[in-house]
Design a protein around this ligand. Structure first.
Ligand code: AHR
Length: 650
C-alpha cells in the first residue's frame, strides 16, 4: 500500500505548461523504478461497455437482417411506427390479395401480433417485402437462412407453396428458395438462400404462390456466417472489431437502457432468453425497438467467445431519472410489494449463469446450448441513478440479498451520472456504509478536463470501495480527444490497485441512426470505421499488465504522461508515453534496477491534432510499430500529439 505522499509523487506525471519548441527544450527525465515500488494492479482493468443505443444491437451487432420481424413495432417507439412498419404488400403478375394484423392465438403471448396474408388470386405471387435496416447487404456465394412461424387459416387445404427471395431494389433476383406452409397450428418453416450476386442494399421478399389465408410471424433472415458461426449470432466483422480490442470484460446491456424509461420499461433479463419467438421485445429508452434477439444468452456467449468476463448490469429497483420526459416523472421505483419478486429475478440470474444444469435456471442455460456455467464474477446493480431514498432502500435490499446468497459475486454499485456533485457524494456514502466492493463512476467531459484531472485517483482512499470507470469519453473523435483519453488512462494504470475496471462509452454507432456522439466504433451495413479513440483503447488493452512500476517524469515534463506495467504472462515490460503537446518532446529514459532490458518495439499513434478516422478518410491515423533500441538508459523523442507504447521483451 502506498502512502498518500508517495501517491502524490507518483501522480505528478503531467505538468500543464507552456509548450516549448523541441529544439529549445532540455530532455525530460523519465525514471522507471523497477526495484521496490511495484504494486499489483487489476488484471481486469480495460474492458468495454455495450449498450443498444445508436442501433448498436438490432440493425447492428445482432446479425438479423429483417427489420420488425415479429410485427411488434409500436407508436410508443416512433410516432409513425405500427406493426406493419418496414413491411410492404406486393401483388405480382396479376396477383390480388390483402393483409392485416392478427392478434388472436399468437405464436406466444410475449409476441402478440402477427401478419395475416389473404391471397385471392396468386398470379405470380402475393406477399411481403422487407427492406431490412437501410437495405439488406448480400454477398455473392453466401448462404442466408430464412425461417418463419406460420399456420394456414383455411381448413382442409393443401400446403401453401411459398418463395423466399432476396432481390435488388429494381427487382433483380439475387437468390431464392421454396418452402411449404402446412397445418393449422403454428410451425416453424425454413429455407436456405444462396446469393448468386452481391448487393449492398437488397430487400427480402416472401411470395405465396397459391390462394388462401396464411398467418406469418417471426420472419427471420440471418447470414449463415456469423461471429464464431453461432446461430442467432452476431455480425462477424463488427464483432471481430470489438474482439480486437481484447477487452477483459463486457458490461451490458446498458446504460440508461438497463434502468429504462419508467418501471415498466426496466430491462428484464428473463424476457431476453429462450427461443426468439418467446422473447419479449420492447421500446428502447433511445426510442426504437429492441427485439432482445441479442439477449442475455448471446451476451454471455459473446463474452466467452472473446475471452472477456461478463458484467451484466441490472436496475437497482428504480428506473432512469430521465424517464418519461414529457410528463417529467423522472426516477420511478419498483413498488415495495413487487421487490421480493424483483430480487428473486436478480438471484435467478446468478443461478442461470453459474448454477448446475440440473438447477431450475441453470437448466434454461443448458437448454439454450450451454450446459457448463458461464462463470459470472461481477454483477452491476444500478446505472448512474439519482441517489434518492427510494434508490437507497432498494439498492440495499438487492445488495444484501446477493451478498447473503452469493458472497462469491462481486457487486458493482453506482455513484450517479457525474464525476462529482450530490449523487456522486451520496453514492459514495452508500458504498462506504455498505462496503460495496466496486462503484461505477461516469463522466463525459472535454479533453482539457481529462488532461487536468490526471491525478484524480492518486489520492483515493485505498481502504474504500474500488472504482469502475464505467463510462467516460472526452466528447470528440479527433486525435486530440484520443490523446487526452490516453493521458488519462496512464493514471488508470497507475491507480490500477484502486481503479479495478474502465470502459469508454458508448461503444457502437450506426451512421444515420445515432442518438449519442461521439462513439468508439462507427459502422454501416457493410463497413466498420473504428475511431482514433478506438486505437487508444486497443493499444492500452493489448499492452496491459498486472504489475505497475513507479514512473516519474521530472519537472520539465510538460504535456507528458507516462505509465509502466509488466504483463506477467509474457514477462514483458510495457512503457506508455503520451505527449499532448503540439511539439515533440525529448525524453531521457532510465530503468532503475532490474536486469538489462531485451529487445523492444515501439508502437506510435500520432498525426494531425484535428484528424478523425471515418469511412472516407484516405489516410487514417493508425498505430505504427517498429523496433527500438533500449538499454538501462536510452533517449526517445515523443512526437507531437502522440501515444507511444514501448514494449520491452523480458
Ligand atoms: O453511454 C450513453 C449513456 O450515457 C448511457 O446510457 C448512460 O448511462 C449515460 O448517461
Amino acid at each position: 500500500m502506498h502512502s498518500i505522499k508517495q501517491l502524490l509523487l507518483v501522480g505528478a506525471t503531467i505538468v500543464l505548461g507552456t509548450a516549448l519548441q523541441a529544439a529549445d527544450a532540455p530532455a525530460t527525465k523519465l525514471t522507471i523504478d523497477l526495484r521496490s515500488t511495484s504494486k499489483q494492479i487489476s488484471p481486469d482493468l480495460f474492458g468495454i461497455f455495450f449498450e443498444d443505443l445508436n442501433y448498436a444491437a438490432d440493425g447492428g451487432l445482432y446479425a438479423e437482417l429483417i427489420q420488425n420481424r415479429s410485427f411488434e413495432y409500436q407508436a410508443t417507439e416512433q410516432p409513425d411506427w405500427n406493426p406493419l412498419s418496414f413491411w410492404e404488400l406486393t401483388q405480382r403478375g396479376g396477383g390480388k390479395g390483402g393483409w392485416f394484423v392478427g392478434a388472436v392465438d399468437p405464436v406466444h403471448a410475449n409476441n402478440p401480433h402477427y401478419l395475416i396474408l389473404d391471397i385471392r388470386n396468386a398470379g405470380d405471387g402475393v406477399g411481403l417485402i422487407n427492406p431490412g435496416f437501410d437495405g439488406i447487404p448480400v454477398k455473392a456465394g453466401e448462404i442466408y437462412d430464412f425461417s418463419v412461424f406460420a399456420r394456414l387459416l383455411d381448413e382442409k387445404r393443401p400446403p401453401m407453396p411459398m418463395i423466399a427471395r432476396l432481390e435488388s431494389r429494381n427487382g433483380e433476383v439475387l437468390g431464392e428458395a421454396s418452402l411449404q406452409i402446412a397445418g393449422l397450428e403454428w410451425k416453424r418453416a425454413a429455407a436456405e438462400i444462396t446469393a448468386a450476386r452481391s448487393d449492398d442494399a437488397a430487400r427480402f421478399v416472401l411470395l405465396a404462390k397459391d390462394g388462401g389465408r396464411v398467418a406469418l410471424d417471426e420472419l427471420s433472415l440471418f447470414p449463415r456466417h456469423t461471429f464464431h458461426d453461432r446461430p442467432n449470432g452476431l455480425r462477424a466483422d463488427l464483432a471481430q472489431t470489438i474482439a480486437d480490442l481484447h477487452p477483459k470484460f463486457v458490461r451490458f446491456p446498458g446504460g440508461c437502457l438497463t434502468h429504462g424509461d419508467g418501471v415498466e420499461n426496466i430491462y428484464r433479463w428473463k424476457n431476453s432468453i429462450g427461443p426468439i419467438e418467446q422473447r419479449k421485445g420492447q421500446a428502447n429508452i433511445w426510442r426504437y425497438h429492441q427485439s432482445v434477439g441479442l439477449g442475455y444468452f448471446e451476451y454471455f456467449q459473446f463474452c466467452e467467445d472473446i475471452g472477456a468476463k461478463p458484467l451484466p448490469v441490472l436496475a437497482a429497483g428504480v428506473s432512469c431519472q430521465n424517464s418519461d420526459r414529457k410528463r417529467g416523472t423522472g426516477q420511478q421505483c419498483v413498488p415495495m410489494e413487487d421487490m421480493p419478486a424483483y430480487i428473486q429475478d436478480v438471484l435467478d440470474l446468478i443461478e442461470w449463469a453459474n448454477g448446475p444444469a440440473t438447477s431450475k435456471w441453470g437448466a434454461k442455460r443448458a437448454e439454450a446450448g450451454h450446459p457448463a456455467p458461464f462463470h459470472l464474477e461481477y454483477l452491476g446493480i444500478g446505472n448512474e441513478d439519482h441517489i434518492t431514498p427510494g434508490f437507497k432502500e432498494r439498492f440495499a435490499m438487492i445488495y444484501n440479498a446477493v451478498k447473503a446468497k452469493h458472497p462469491e459475486i462481486t457487486v458493482v454499485g453506482t455513484v450517479g451520472p457525474s464525476p462529482d456533485g450530490f449523487d456522486f457524494s451520496e453514492g459514495w456514502k452508500v458504498a462506504n456504509e455498505s462496503k460495496v466492493p466496486i462503484v461505477d463512476e461516469h463522466y463525459y467531459e472535454p479533453p482539457q478536463w481529462f488532461l487536468s484531472h490526471f491525478n484524480r485517483y492518486d489520492t483515493y482512499d485505498r481502504n474504500h470501495s474500488k472504482v469502475y470507470v464505467g463510462e467516460y469519453a472526452s466528447r470528440g473523435n479527433q486525435l486530440f480527444n484520443a490523446i487526452a483519453e490516453a493521458a488519462y488512462m496512464t493514471q488508470l494504470e497507475r491507480n490500477g490497485d484502486i481503479v479495478h475496471m474502465a470502459s469508454y462509452a458508448p461503444l457502437l454507432a450506426k451512421v444515420g441512426h445515432t442518438q449519442w456522439n461521439p462513439d468508439l466504433i462507427y459502422f454501416n451495413n457493410t463497413k466498420v470505421a473504428p475511431t482514433i479513440n478506438y486505437c487508444v483503447q486497443k493499444l492500452f488493452a493489448e499492452n496491459s499488465g498486472d504489475t505497475y512500476y513507479q514512473t516519474l517524469l521530472d519537472n520539465s515534463g510538460d504535456h507528458l504522461a507516462a505509465s509502466t506495467v509488466r504483463d506477467s504472462k509474457s514477462g514483458d515490460l510495457i512503457l506508455k508515453v503520451v505527449n499532448s503537446d503540439t511539439t515533440s518532446k525529448a525524453l531521457s529514459i532510465h530503468l532503475n534496477g532490474g536486469s538489462k532490458p531485451g529487445t523492444a518495439t515501439k508502437t506510435v499513434l500520432t498525426g494531425d491534432l484535428n484528424a478523425v478516422n471515418t469511412f472516407d478518410t484516405t489516410n487514417p491515423v493508425l498505430p505504427e510499430t517498429s523496433p527500438i533500441t533500449v538499454g538501462t538508459s536510452f533517449d526517445y523523442q515523443a512526437p507531437p500529439n502522440s501515444l507511444t507504447v514501448i514494449r520491452i521483451k523480458r
